[in-house]
Design a binder for this molecule. Sequence first.
Ligand SMILES: Nc1ncnc2c1ncn2[C@@H]1O[C@H](COP(=O)(O)OP(=O)(O)OP(=O)(O)O)[C@@H](O)[C@H]1O
Ligand SMILES: [Mg+2]
Length: 236
Amino acid sequence: MSAKVVTVFNQKGGCGKTMVSMQLAASFALRGLRTLLIDMDKQGTSTIWAGQGSVDTPFPATVISLAPLRDKLIGEVAKHAENYDVVVIDCPPAIESSIPWAALNISDLALIPVIPLMDNVWASREAKELARRAREENPELQTYCIPSMSRRGNVFKACTEILAEDKDIPLLDTGLQQRNAYGESQMYGLSVHGLSGSSAATKEVEELAKVVLSKLGINTAKKPAKAKPVKQKEAA
Ligand SMILES: Nc1ncnc2c1ncn2[C@@H]1O[C@H](COP(=O)(O)OP(=O)(O)OP(=O)(O)O)[C@@H](O)[C@H]1O
Ligand SMILES: [Mg+2]
């Protein structure tokens, strides 16, 4: 397989899996990497999101839904891997499902988005346990937690500190803060790169993308291309 595979997973619903998957996939594509996002969630959020892009301003990466082929994920990724540099797998919110397990077994790197709140911290333990078991089958798998939707405040700070204590599955310093630009990018079928006035969000997505690419050993000397900004006031 030529493509590097990145899985974004966590059994916790609504923790930012799709947001992280879509923003990262867009960043990789805008850097000139052939990028495929595989939506494995039957809710189809990534697929619907990418479908909102216009002909003039399409979503930067290719997005397909393979959720109906749940048991065939490994074979499907193998079929696509020759044609892409990076494959990002957006998982459904369930650890019991066979999908995250299959995805982790063929991944180079896995990201667990965690909102720095206690319920998310508790739930992340189960996600980490799955990654540890997957590492027995796939010893090359790198796994990291990333802060998702974080804000300032004592609880966020304390929870971030708890997550940072785990040295086995470390917390990356870079993550996504809670920002309006993320919701807005869905509305236009874009990533934050394609919106005007979203420089803070774009900057943090780029920082995360850089860290992930360096951990994957992918060198993109090239800066991400500027996506054509949409006229936001034309929203429906
Ligand atoms: N950094 C952020 N700032 C603001 N809103 C965000 C951010 N990340 C995600 N959201 C919003 O939070 C909600 C949940 O995010 P998302 O859909 O990415 O989570 P998920 O883990 O994929 O959920 P599910 O488990 O349902 O698949 C969505 O409405 C999304 O638009
Ligand atoms: Mg999702």
